[in-house]
Ligand binder design. Structure first.
Ligand code: SNW
Length: 289
């Protein structure tokens, strides 16, 4: 008890003195954001990570009953931020299509929402190394008759604007009629009401919505070439490097694995993000004769 109490007092004093320093710096006309000592990552507000996310991508990123953000990506990001010395992480939900522009123009320090790393997206933002690779899934009602991707011909397929699903469907599901939504909740409502025939979203979220609404999967499309990463503004090298260092540490000490098992129970465990000792030795070259 005593220990915890004194810890709190010390923390309080540290916060107070940090505030004092900030006030003094401001009073002297110095720009705190240019001080690499006080703000090594160039954050909007030193000591705080402002993160753009979405509130309806359970179990990756979602707002719980109290409106707090949680999920695999959220907890992994918080862990990585902690390793970088930042414990105050503030998530803000918005439309997926608004995240990367908002990160690029400096309204947020990072974007976190199972955002697949692609060359196209790298034109506007930088990414951490990848931390998750999986499938894109078409879900539909039990009565739609859609059994696979071919069954989408002539059907109305929902996609969230700006997602890889939108791009993939436009290119590959050319005989489907795409219906663009701002977020997953509105698309799922449309599936439930029958105003669209199916929706195309991330695999683990599809499973969550299927359970919740009695929907079924019709197709899983691999998206391993676009693993999810944390988006940061271009040129924030120190921030990107801190993310990469934290991610590597979270993978090596088993934190990544623990979070994966917590949020994606029963899903096959990909090997590349596990501690090195747990990755199967590279298969010996086969010398079959
Ligand atoms: O490309 C995949 C990745 O392999 C992993 O499965 C996590 O999701 C992805 O990054 C794809 N995510 C979509 C995208 O990046 C949708 C994200 C969202 O709905 N917030 O566009």
């Amino acid at each position: 008890m005593r220990k915890r109490h004194s810890g709190k007092v010390r923390l309080g004093m540290a916060v107070a003195s940090a505030a004092l320093v900030a006030t003094l710096v401001a009073a002297c006309g110095g720009a705190p954001s240019s001080s690499s000592e006080k703000n090594p990552y160039g954050l909007i507000e030193p000591g705080t990570m402002r993160v753009a996310s979405v509130g309806d991508l359970k179990p990756y990123t979602f707002a719980d009953g109290q409106g707090s953000f949680t999920g695999f990506d959220v907890e992994l990001f918080e862990d990585v931020a902690h390793r970088a010395g930042v414990d105050n992480v503030v998530f803000t939900g918005q439309d997926f299509s608004a995240i990367l522009p908002a990160v690029a123009n400096g309204q947020f320090d990072a974007g976190v929402a199972a955002i697949g790393i692609t060359d196209k997206r790298k034109e506007t933002v930088d990414f951490s190394n990848g931390y998750l690779a999986g499938y894109l899934t078409v879900i539909t009602s039990k009565t739609s008759g859609i059994k696979d991707a071919n069954g989408l011909a002539g059907k109305r397929l929902g996609v969230v604007q700006g997602t890889l699903q939108e791009a993939y469907a436009a290119k590959n599901f050319t005989s489907a009629n795409l219906v663009r939504f701002p977020d997953n909740n509105s698309a799922i409502s449309a599936v439930n009401s029958g105003s669209v025939d199916a929706h195309f979203l991330d695999y683990e979220s599809a499973k969550t919505y299927e359970k919740q609404h009695g929907l079924v999967s019709a197709a899983d499309i691999p998206s391993f070439d676009a693993p999810a990463g944390f988006a940061v503004a271009k040129g924030k090298t120190a921030l990107k490097e801190a993310m990469d260092k934290g991610l590597a540490a979270a993978m090596e000490d088993g934190t990544w694995k623990k979070l994966y098992q917590k949020w994606f129970p029963g899903s096959p465990m990909p090997e590349q993000y596990l501690p090195k000792a747990e990755q199967a030795a590279a298969p010996a070259p086969t010398t079959s004769k």
